[in-house]
Design a protein around this ligand. Structure first.
Ligand SMILES: C[S@@+](CC[C@H](N)C(=O)[O-])C[C@H]1O[C@@H](n2cnc3c(N)ncnc32)[C@H](O)[C@@H]1O
Length: 273
């Protein structure tokens, strides 16, 4: 019989920004599968991420899934035969992730913790921040340094980040004359959600300060966001066509053209580089 390691976490001091993150993502948790994982655009992007990850990962590697959400990638990790530990700041996301791991009969240590508070002596072969986890982090440089410390020297960091430029976002913002919002995202590289949570947008140059970029690929450059897809039937029809276009030209596109997300495979910089 498999013994699950997932036990309730010991209470640790929680800082104010953790509370806002927890509240925000607790409120997304119930609908997360519907809005993202079972949404055509979300599924398309995740499938592309899994194809790219499969080129990188080898069985029994030790993985840290930072911001695991409801365990969206657990079935994929299991199929790849990986040994996984996961953290998420949201209590509700962690509860759902634990249920998912149990349903899969997959032994994953899942902690309710922010990256900032996560404390361990372990080192990981690969650390994954999938689907915009990095965009919710207020302290980019500190987070990058922490992630580097948690990696083996020859480890890899995989980040799937929302970039400042996404054609569909710009189109909608322009049509609605949301000029300030467009300026903030594209030039100042942030947005403030209605609940006050600040979202940050990153480019290749930001990651280059801390890591070597092994691969950078746009996900959904000509496609809408999952939310736009849900709202409008004509966008749903267009998306099927756009997916074929993107699959044909995806490797020719510079990352500056953006997308709903961009996939980055990063390697720590060596001393002699
Ligand atoms: C958009 S969801 C992505 C979930 C999952 N990675 C996926 O691919 O579906 C972002 C997740 O990151 C978590 N998160 C955000 N900031 C975090 C932080 N600083 N430390 C740990 N988890 C964080 C949120 O609670 C949320 O579950």
């Amino acid at each position: 019989m498999i013994e699950f390691k997932n036990k309730p976490d010991k209470l640790q001091p929680v800082i104010a920004s953790d509370n806002r993150l927890t509240e925000t993502f607790d409120s997304y948790a119930e609908d997360y599968d519907l809005s993202f994982n079972n949404n055509f655009i979300g599924r398309y992007q995740r499938q592309r991420v899994h194809e790219l990850l499969a080129e990188q990962l080898t069985p029994s590697q030790f993985i840290l899934d930072v911001g695991c959400g409801p365990g969206s990638d657990f079935a994929f990790y299991q199929k790849m035969n990986l040994s996984v530990e996961a953290i998420d700041v949201s209590k509700r996301m962690v509860q759902i992730a634990r249920q998912r791991a149990s349903a899969l009969i997959y032994n994953i240590d899942i902690h309710q913790s922010s990256l900032e508070r996560f404390d361990t002596d372990r080192r990981y072969d690969v650390i994954i921040l999938n689907f915009g986890v990095i965009n919710a982090m207020d302290y980019f440089d500190k987070s990058m340094l922490k992630l580097k410390r948690l990696l083996h020297a020859d480890g890899r960091l995989i980040i799937i980040a929302m970039p400042p430029v996404h054609i569909f976002f710009i189109l909608e913002a322009m049509l609605k004359l949301r000029l300030k919002q467009t300026w903030q995202r594209m030039v100042q590289k942030y947005a403030v959600l209605p609940n006050g949570l600040k979202v940050h947008y990153f480019t290749k140059q930001d990651f280059k300060k801390h890591f070597c970029i092994e691969k950078a690929e746009n996900l959904g450059a000509f496609m809408p966001t999952p939310h736009q897809y849900q709202k409008r039937p004509f966008i749903r029809r267009y998306s099927q066509w756009a997916m074929h276009l993107e699959q044909t030209i995806k490797t020719m596109l510079p990352t500056a053209i953006g997308g709903d997300h961009v996939y980055y495979a990063l390697r720590p910089v060596r001393h002699n580089e």
